[in-house]
Every structure is written in C-alpha cells, then in structure tokens.
Design a binder for this molecule. Structure first.
Ligand code: ARG
Length: 459
C-alpha cells in the first residue's frame, strides 16, 4: 500500500478498504494523460517562479523517463499504488529525489483527475470521430455505386415505394454525419482546463491557469473551481452521443440481418465477417451485426449509470465520481470496436441488385405511381386510389405484379389507362421522377453525393 496521505493516520488502512477505494486497476488507462498534465503543470510552476528551472528540468526528465518505461513495458503499473497519480508521483520521487516531491505544489488530485479525464475523453473523441468518418467514407462509396440500384422502400416493414440503395444508405450517412457533429459540439463545450482549481477552492500560489490551458490545447481555463472538480456533464454528453451512435449502428445492423436472411437475400455478408454453426452445416450467420446490435445495451447502461451516480452529489468532489471511469472506458472501447468492425462488414458486403429490384416490383411499390398516372389524366386522387386498389386486388388474385397486367385488364377497371402506363410505372420512371431534393431520383442523388464528398474532404 503506497499512499500519498498517511500523515494524519495512526493505523494502516484495512486491506479490503484499500482495495475498495483504489482505482489503479482502471485509471492506469490514462497514464499518458496524467503525465502530460503534470508536465504542463510543472512548466507553469517554473514560469511563475514557484519552482526553479533546474527543478523543472529534473521533473520533466523524470516524467519522460516514466512515460517511456511504462510504454515499453519496463515499468509495470501495479496495485501497490492507490491510483495512477500516486504511481507517477512515487516513481518520480524514486527517480529524482527531493525535486519530485514538489510536483504536487498548487495541485490536488481532484483537479488532477478532472484534467486527466478530460484529456482522455478529448483524445478519444478524436479517435471515435475518425472511426465514424471511416464509416461515412465506406457508405459514400456504396452510394456512388448504387444510384441506379432499385429496391423497395418500406414503412411498417411493408413494401411502400421504390427507392435506390444509394438513397437507403444515404439515410444512414445523414445519421452518422449528425453523430460527428454531436461529437464536435461536445469537444468544443468541454474544452476548458480544470487544472488550478485545487481541491475545490483554487490555491494560494500565483498560478497562471491560462498558460497551463494553452499548453494542454484548451481554449481557456474553467471559471469556477468548485464546478471544475465536480463537473462530469461532458462525460454524460459523450455517453449520450455514443448511445446515439450505437442506436444508429443497431438499426443498421438489424436491417443487414434482415437483408442477409434467406427470405430477403438482398445482401451477402462476406465470409470473413460471418460465422458458422457447430451443428448446422448450411449456416452462415451475421454474428457481427448481431453483436453490434447487442452491445448497444451496454453503452446505454453506461449512460444511465453515470446519470444516476451524479444525481445526488453535493458540491464539490466526492468519491462517487470515481465511478465515472470504468463504464466510460468500456463504452468508448465498445463503440470504437463496433465502428471498426461494422465498417469492415459493410465495405465487404455484396449487394444482390437483382433480388432487390425483383422485390420492389413484386411488392406493388409502384402503386402510388399508377394512381399518379390517373391523376395526371384528370382523375381525382381519391378515385385514383380506389381504382388502383382494385387493380392490386386483381393482381393478388392472379399472383402477378402491376407490370404484368394486360392493357385490357387495366381498361376493364378504368378506361383512362393507355399503353404508356407500363412506362409510367416502371421502376426506372418511379425512381427518376422523384427529383425533389432528398428524394431518390438519380439527378438529385448525384448532387447529394457530390456535396457529401466535399464534406468528407473538408471535415
Ligand atoms: N481516483 C480518484 C477519482 O477517480 C482520484 C481523485 C481522488 N481525490 C480524492 N480526494 N480522494 O476520482
């Protein structure tokens, strides 16, 4: 047990208490951020004349040595230390002696851990953003290739109107683009530096907090020291944004699972992204999509957990807040893993265009267009709706699609139909005529794809 605060105690901590209280098993994950923060703090202390330049240089060298040794595996982070902060400080003192004892001047573990967590979350936001961007690049590629791939669009999971694969995938492009913008907003709002807040009430040393903030890439220092050490809003915001990313991935996974089923056969997941069954030799299962869908619950759980932890905490720091770490780390790792695998799965997936188009044709997705044909020939829409309804009934009776009815059969139900009805209800016409912005018509779709391309090149 190596503790920083033994002075006022006359008894050793009970071993179970020590274990219960310690956070080293998980906060070691941000050793790099802890050292980065300490280096900035020491530079600021020297600039303010609180440490000498020699002391600063000795400490910086010691900290760099620890960083290198931990990275290379020469120095192991062990449970002998209470937390990552104690580990770094104790090792520093071991290495450089007295100067190391000055590292913690004008600082508390409360503002230190607030800083470390922010640095860690900020680094991870950048990595997650990169993963979401990779997914968008994969979606963009599919969209470019499938502007003319017709498929049924669904409402209530019933075939509704024809769309294209580019259009369907484009919907997910929009979702993940919003996810990126949410990450961007969070990063901007959280980018204030808590270091210098001390335990809760600032310090009596003449710290230059703006300088530390600048060194660490923050926009400015935080404005209230009590809030600085007890704010975890940004963790909640991040977990909420991650939950939304997972919700989007999960919806998409659900569709891929359906599309990959024997009944749909719209896609074929690559062998490298599928698994077999131990008993049924014919099986090729979409396990990756199922796991992504399943792991969504675990990220939602993290959000509910931190919301509940924070709701009853009086100002300022309380140990409850140590609970922010494990679940946030787990959620971040889960989302990064899901994004990378999902991107691999969709970019290797084969789309079965023929099945998609046949499914659109055989599901009366052009029924609205048949009604529009009548409207264009002067029939009021409500009457047209009834006429086409009767046509659909006839088709269902015969087990055929609207495209297969003879002109006589059309005319029996309404004399307004002429032989151009076939062209009017062809998949191509149905899709191409939908040319308002946001619709699947190839012309507007190409415009959206070009704008997406520009966005991906910039951001
Ligand atoms: N491990 C602690 C945490 O994660 C660090 C802060 C400790 N501060 C304290 N006053 N005990 O929150």
């Amino acid at each position: 047990m190596a503790q920083l605060w033994g002075g006022r105690f006359t008894k050793e901590t009970d071993q179970l208490v020590y274990n219960f209280n310690a956070s080293i098993s998980f906060d070691q994950k941000f050793y790099e951020q802890d050292i980065r923060g300490s280096k900035a703090h020491v530079k600021m202390l020297a600039k303010q004349g609180i440490l000498t330049e020699e002391e600063r240089d000795e400490i910086l060298k010691g900290l760099d040595g620890i960083l290198e040794d931990v990275r290379s595996g020469r120095l192991l982070i062990t449970s002998e230390y209470e937390d990552i902060h104690s580990f770094v400080e104790a090792n520093l003192i071991d290495r450089i002696g007295d100067a190391g004892k000055k590292l913690h001047t004008g600082r508390s573990r409360n503002d230190q851990v607030a800083l470390d967590m922010k640095l860690y979350v900020r680094d991870e936001i950048d990595e997650i953003d990169e993963e979401v961007k990779n997914l968008l690049l994969a979606l963009q590629k599919i969209m470019e290739e499938h502007v003319h791939t017709y498929m049924p669009g669904f409402t209530h999971l019933q075939k509704a109107q024809p769309v294209t694969l580019a259009h369907h995938i484009g919907a997910y492009f929009e979702m993940f683009r919003r996810d990126r913008s949410r990450l961007f907003d969070i990063r901007k709002r959280m980018n204030t530096c808590p270091l210098g807040a001390g335990a809760l009430a600032g310090t009596t040393y003449p710290l230059d907090r703006t300088y530390t903030a600048e060194l660490l890439g923050f926009d400015e220092p935080t404005r209230n020291s009590m809030d600085s050490v007890s704010d975890r809003d940004y963790v909640i915001e991040l977990l909420s944004a991650l939950s939304t990313i997972m919700m989007h991935l999960s919806r998409f996974s659900e569709e891929i699972i359906l599309w990959n089923s024997n009944e749909y056969r719209f896609v074929e997941i690559d062998d490298a992204y599928s698994t077999g069954s131990s008993i049924m030799p014919q099986k090729k299962n979409p396990d990756i999509a199922e796991l992504v869908r399943g792991k969504t619950g675990r990220v939602y759980g993290a959000l509910m957990s931190i919301m509940t932890t924070m709701k009853g905490i009086p100002l300022a720091y309380n140990k409850d807040m140590q609970e922010d770490k494990e679940l946030t780390f787990d959620a971040i790792d889960t989302v990064k893993g899901c994004l990378a695998l999902f991107t691999g799965m969709v970019s290797t997936m084969q789309f079965r265009k023929d099945n998609m188009e046949a499914s659109a044709k055989n599901g009366f997705t052009n029924a609205t267009d048949a009604a529009d044909y009548l409207v264009n020939h002067g029939v009021p829409f409500r009457d047209a709706h009834g006429i086409v309804g009767r046509l659909v009934l006839t088709c269902l009776d015969k087990g055929i699609s609207l495209d297969d009815l003879s002109l006589e059969e059309y005319k029996e139900i309404s004399p307004v139909f002429e032989k151009d009805i076939y062209e009017a209800i062809s998949m191509r016409t149905c899709v191409e005529k939908r040319m308002t912005l946001g619709a699947p018509g190839p012309e507007v779709m190409e415009q959206v794809i070009a704008a997406n391309k520009e966005y991906l090149a910039k951001e």
